[in-house]
Design a protein around this ligand. Structure first.
Ligand code: SF4
Ligand code: SF4
Length: 92
């Protein structure tokens, strides 16, 4: 989770990424967008929940958020690592 956490920590919560994310609908849960996903990744080592799992597994890994992110945060890469972390937790 080192990479995912270090990427997530660089997020300045500006929200520029949200309008371009294809999985974040108006009125939808923020966790279904890039800003919410990176914040949930920061909580993942402590505990996980269905909400966090849904947030991670609904990401399309398209990278559209990174294109507009001023910090060029690799949300898709962070989500990939977080999914692997979740799988390892479930199998242990
Ligand atoms: S990589 Fe995931 S969070 Fe980023 S825009 Fe695509 S679906 Fe949204
Ligand atoms: S654009 Fe980048 S820095 Fe801004 S909220 Fe999205 S992921 Fe965080």
């Amino acid at each position: 989770m080192k990479y995912a956490v270090s990427e997530a920590r660089r997020c300045v919560l500006c929200g520029f990424c949200e309008p371009v994310c294809p999985t974040l609908y108006p009125g939808g849960h923020r966790g279904h967008g890039p800003r919410g996903r990176v914040q949930l990744i920061l909580l993942l080592e402590g505990s996980s929940s269905r909400l966090v799992e849904e947030a991670l597994y609904t990401c399309l890994l398209c990278g559209a958020c990174t294109q507009v992110c001023p910090a060029k945060i690799d949300v898709a890469g962070a989500v990939r690592e977080a999914r692997a972390f979740l799988r390892s937790k479930l199998s242990s």
